[in-house]
Design a protein around this ligand. Structure first.
Ligand code: ADP
Ligand code: RBF
Ligand code: MG
Length: 161
């Protein structure tokens, strides 16, 4: 598995409402603007890395980028499942992520159960690999703790005269 490094952040939006949450795998969907910013040639598929929400704790995550062949989507999506149990939803909050490895391509399945089994196996893979030191260090990537509020630090602004 080859390592990559892609950082992004964005506001969590409503997804397709397929009830992934009911299946035990909620996915925080990213807005179109963030999907459009993916580098040209960024392969669709399943990835893992680190993520946090609203400046909070950093957790392991799995991410799906693409067309969700199982559902015959016509719109490219980007959704992140954070491997952590949250007490509340976080729509409207800023999610920040560091993407580190490509796990596999997206594929179709014969049933929802098979899709879930595949995602569970992605989660196991992520859980294991992100503990390796060369990936674990990114849990502390400063990017994850930046805030989206603009800040300015200057010594002579506005100019005195
Ligand atoms: P939608 O179709 O709107 O994306 P989902 O069923 O995929 O609905 O649920 C996603 C929402 O669940 C997220 O936007 C977030 O607010 C919430 N959520 C709770 N726990 C998690 C988690 N561990 N990972 C991702 N989203 C979570
Ligand atoms: N959708 C697919 O159609 N094929 C896949 O192989 C696939 N793999 C996924 C792997 C992970 C780790 C996650 C979080 C999602 C994946 N999805 C896949 C997307 C899934 O269909 C989507 O989360 C639900 O449809 C809710 O939008
Ligand atoms: Mg979702």
């Amino acid at each position: 598995m080859s390592q990559l490094l892609y950082r992004f952040h964005g506001i969590v939006v409503k997804g397709f409402g397929r009830g992934s949450k009911q299946l035990g795998i909620p996915t925080a969907n990213l807005p179109e603007s963030v999907v459009d910013q993916l580098p040209e040639g960024f392969p669709t598929g399943i990835y893992h890395g680190w993520a946090n929400v609203g400046g909070g704790d950093v957790h392991k995550m799995v991410m799906s980028v693409g067309w969700n062949p199982f559902y015959n989507n016509t719109k490219k999506s980007m959704e992140v499942h954070i491997i952590h149990k949250f007490d509340e939803d976080f729509y409207g909050q800023d999610i920040r992520a560091v993407v580190l490895e490509y796990i596999r391509a997206e594929r179709g399945f014969n049933s929802v159960d098979e899709l879930i089994t595949a995602i569970q196996s992605d989660i196991s893979m992520a859980t294991e690999r992100l503990d390796q030191e060369q990936l674990a260090i990114y849990k502390h990537d400063p990017f994850l703790k930046q805030t989206t509020t603009n800040s300015y630090r200057g010594s002579n602004f506005p100019p005195e005269s």
